[in-house]
Write a protein that binds this ligand. Structure first.
Ligand code: NCD
Ligand code: ZN
Length: 477
């Protein structure tokens, strides 16, 4: 006779981590959800039992910033290799950026990417749509078609997506505000950096550090402040991607203090790499925004700890070794893989005492779920939540070897970095996607889009009598 209370999986004796506590407890999973949390003796009978004694049991990371290049650039990455890399990194949900080929800019391209993702994904995902000069008419059908949010490139980027003018941004924010969707911003102002790059090129500067010179922090500071003003005016929700400098923290904190719905993210490379890495790794470290001078690092850590910066994501931006090692820095593709190494690198810093492991799950899982309306379904180990879990050995010494990562992109500035933590098993909705550092091939195509479970708070658009729609309808002026 089958026992209706029998669990599918019981994980015994690990240390469960939440933003508030670390507790030794066992956890039972049934039908993809967390069924019971408690003492070993309180666990129901189960089809499978995993002994996690000595391990830490974390909510799977939610990486809100990855570029999986599918469709368009399969030599760099595809949805299968990208989500396999996520699985190896303890990442159970990813939000994929729209700068693929084609750009995800309308219902048709979105629907095509949904098909690709559902056929290949090992982990759950959300898809971004681009918010550009030409996006106005597409906003309703993109929301209808199932997106996690919008991505607005204030600086030109890989995939040649032109940045919208401030005028277009204001109108775009007006239209997105009532949808409640969060707009994620690549906050670098194009006109400043383009001008500087031209001058540097004219001066014959082609060495790696010239990339940093072309994009001083003011490029980002100006963009964050301007975007915050537009969000404050329209009531649109915004998220500042990849905060790279200490100087951006002031406009971010000030906007938060004014009540703007603005959130911020930083990435391991801004916390751990510096100007020295342009010598060490050359063009490999080229990324937008650039890795900056060492004095930026500690303020970014402090901002994570005090909550000014809400989350850690990766900007996983895979390219090939050939694309990353060209002699002229201006021809080197920007970005490098990160989805697979974020958790080990960050937990290594946790082991060094830079913050607590509770802080880490706040940045990596709880906050991303909350900010995109997925909490408490995701981002937490709670009875009734999806069983999205990373089981981590916090005592594992190993060295990053780019040749061995899952991503198609076998080149990064993390080559040779020594870590003291490693995800050993990754579980998505109760199923192992990675077990004992081996990919579960059966889990391909089991990843699902999370847009259907997204519940954003009620939108609060502002200055609605002055929107472009209102004035052209003759309601004002
Ligand atoms: C990103 C990429 O390669 O898609 N590169 C990067 O340097 N961050 C694009 C981007 O976010 O600008
Ligand atoms: Zn990016």
């Amino acid at each position: 006779m089958t026992n209706p209370d029998k669990a599918d999986l019981v994980i015994l004796g690990g240390v469960l981590v939440s933003p508030d506590a670390e507790v030794r407890a066992s956890i039972a999973i049934k039908d993809g959800k967390i069924h019971t949390i408690g003492a070993r003796e309180a666990m129901p009978a189960a089809t499978e039992t995993l002994d996690a004694t000595g391990m830490h049991v974390l909510p799977g990371a939610i990486d809100v910033h990855v570029h999986f290049r599918d469709p368009g650039y399969p030599h760099k990455e595809d949805f299968g290799s990208g989500t396999a890399a996520a699985a190896f990194g303890g990442v159970t949900t990813v939000f994929d950026m729209p700068n693929t080929l084609p750009t995800i800019a309308d219902a048709e391209s979105l629907s095509a990417k949904h098909k690709i993702a559902s056929e290949k994904a090992y982990v759950d995902y959300g898809l971004y749509a681009v918010l550009g000069e030409e996006s106005l008419e597409h906003i309703p059908s993109l929301v209808e078609g199932g997106i996690i949010g919008f991505k607005c490139y204030m600086g030109n980027t890989f995939g040649r997506i032109p940045s919208p003018s401030t005028g277009a941004m204001l109108e775009l924010f007006e239209l997105v505000a009532p949808t409640g969707k969060r707009i994620s911003l690549h906050a670098e102002t194009n006109s400043i950096m383009e001008r500087r790059e031209q001058r540097l090129r004219a001066a014959g500067r082609t060495e790696p550090i010239a990339h940093l010179a072309s994009r001083p922090a003011v490029v980002a500071v100006e963009a964050v402040a301007r975007a915050a003003i537009l969000a404050e005016w329209t009531g649109a929700r915004i998220h500042v991607l990849h905060i790279s400098s200490a100087a951006e923290l002031r406009p971010l904190a000030e906007a938060k203090a004014r009540g703007v719905d603005i959130t911020g993210e930083t990435c391991p490379h801004y916390l751990l790499l510096s100007e020295k890495d342009y010598e060490k790794s050359g063009g490999v470290v080229r990324v937008n925004p650039p890795v900056r001078e060492t004095p930026n690092q500690q303020p970014l850590w402090n901002a994570l700890v005090d909550g000014t910066v809400d989350i850690v994501a990766t900007d996983h931006a895979p390219h090939t070794p050939e694309e990353k090692t060209r002699n002229d820095i201006w021809t080197v593709d920007c970005g490098f893989p990160g989805v697979e190494t974020q958790m080990p690198l960050m937990l290594t810093e946790i082991n060094r005492g830079r913050a607590t492991i509770r802080d880490y799950v706040r940045w990596s899982a709880a906050n991303p779920a909350k900010l995109w309306g997925l909490y408490p379904r995701k981002g937490t180990l709670t009875v009734g939540s999806d069983a999205d879990i990373a089981i981590v050995d916090m005592n594992r010494r190993w060295t990053i070897d780019d040749a061995k990562i899952q991503s198609h992109s076998k080149i990064s500035p993390w080559q040779g970095w020594q870590c003291t933590a490693l995800p050993i098993h990754t579980i998505v909705r109760g199923n192992f996607v990675m077990k004992n550092r081996v990919l579960n091939e059966q889990a391909r195509s089991t990843g699902r889009s999370v847009h259907a479970i997204q519940r954003m708070p009620t939108p609060s658009p502002k200055n609605t009598d002055a929107t472009m729609a209102a004035i052209t309808a003759g309601k004002k002026g």
